[in-house]
Design a protein around this ligand. Structure first.
Ligand code: ADP
Length: 352
């Protein structure tokens, strides 16, 4: 009998799962449920994950569950074992990530009901960025708002942590030096790593800041929101929909938020959206290199970063002024990072 760890990533309408054997970096099972629109459908998806585990794991049995949790606030700089007190603390962070945190917590509760014997670990997307200097985490707002948690948190932390963990084997100089990682997927952000630690990143209070993304606008003058409220009578819900779902590549192209479709399109607005995507990456790269005081390596990851040589080439060409730096493509693996954290937190043997 071999021990196995279930990794869950519960989104607003999807549930992704993977199962890792304690000794191995290759998942035994993985899959995804889409279009989960009611709490009931989420719960049924979780039940089928557990059924699949029972039916298909042969000689392996589940000993723990690791969850991706979007927000760990200021407090959580590393993964933690989940208990009732922790759940109450994570519940208090819901206002900071109302679109994601409730789904993460619902999956934890549902798992406690269905498999109360399994220990669970929360791995936070914000945690890796807690090494950033205070100056990188502050907005220029009155201190009282900073104190109540209106700060630059940063996201995609599990992806950056995974990249940082394998960078020494890929580029030993960059691993101890100055690296920028570009995680370019539907959600996209960049992170400056100094000696493998995050010192700055493009997403901030929410995953809507920074780069132009599939359907999110990225960096936006706050005055634009005031204008839209005054001129178009838009309320918080309308603005939320605009900046998360109608903007970015989709909004600029009017064609699609999917990079593959834009690259295949002959519509001039698709080309404009790609130009803007690349332009914003190169601008943010300059800013992160300023925070690092130079650049040894640029790493591409995420669906676009891993698969599109066209986008990588355009970024590298426009960043050539930075001089000599190495470039790498490293497929990210947030699930393995969560499995490894879960093993470590629970003291299970055999970290892959
Ligand atoms: P998510 O943020 O949802 O995890 P992914 O990391 O899977 O997203 O990235 C999805 C994006 O990657 C989409 O825009 C998709 O078009 C793009 N992508 C995947 N393969 C390619 C490719 N071969 N060329 C260009 N873009 C690609």
């Amino acid at each position: 009998m071999q021990d196995a760890i279930l990794v869950l990533n519960a989104g607003s309408s999807s549930l992704k799962f993977s199962v890792f054997r304690v000794e191995s970096a290759t998942p035994l099972l993985h899959g995804q449920f889409e279009s989960l629109t009611t709490p009931d459908s989420h719960d049924r998806a979780l039940a089928s994950v557990l059924e699949r585990c029972t039916a298909q794991l042969d000689d392996n049995h589940l000993v723990a569950v690791g969850h991706r949790v979007v927000h760990g606030g200021v407090k959580f700089a590393s993964p933690v074992r989940i208990d009732d007190a922790l759940l109450a603390e994570l519940e208090e962070l819901v206002p900071l990530a109302p679109l994601h945190q409730p789904h993460n917590l619902a999956a934890i509760r549902a798992m406690s009901r269905r498999a109360p014997h399994l220990p669970q670990v929360a791995c936070f997307d914000t945690a890796f960025h807690r090494t950033q200097p205070e100056v990188a985490q502050q907005f220029g707002l009155p201190r009282r708002f900073t104190n109540e948690g209106v700060r630059r948190y940063g996201f995609h932390g599990l992806s950056y942590e995974y990249i940082a963990s394998i960078l020494p084997g890929v580029d030993s100089k960059a691993a101890v030096g100055r690296t920028v990682v570009a995680h370019l997927g539907n959600g996209a952000s960049m992170c400056a790593l100094l000696g493998g630690k995050s010192i700055a990143t493009t997403m901030s209070f929410t995953p809507a800041d920074g780069l132009v993304m599939g359907t999110r606008c990225g960096d936006l003058d706050p005055g634009v929101l005031l204008y839209l409220m005054a001129k178009h009578g838009m309320n918080a819900a309308a603005l939320e929909h605009l900046i998360y779902h109608e903007s970015g590549l989709l909004g600029v192209s009017g064609v699609s938020g999917d990079m593959r479709e834009l690259l295949a399109s002959s519509d001039p607005h698709a080309a404009e959206a790609i130009d803007l995507f690349v332009y914003r990456i190169v601008r943010e790269l300059g800013s992160l290199v300023a925070a690092l005081g130079g650049l040894d390596a640029l790493v591409f990851t995420g669906g676009i970063g891993e698969n599109s040589a066209t986008i990588r080439d355009r970024v590298c060409r426009d960043a050539a002024w930075l001089g000599g730096f190495s470039t790498h493509v490293i497929p990210t693996n947030e699930e393995l990072m969560i499995a490894n954290h879960t093993r470590r937190v629970l003291g299970l043997k055999g970290v892959a």
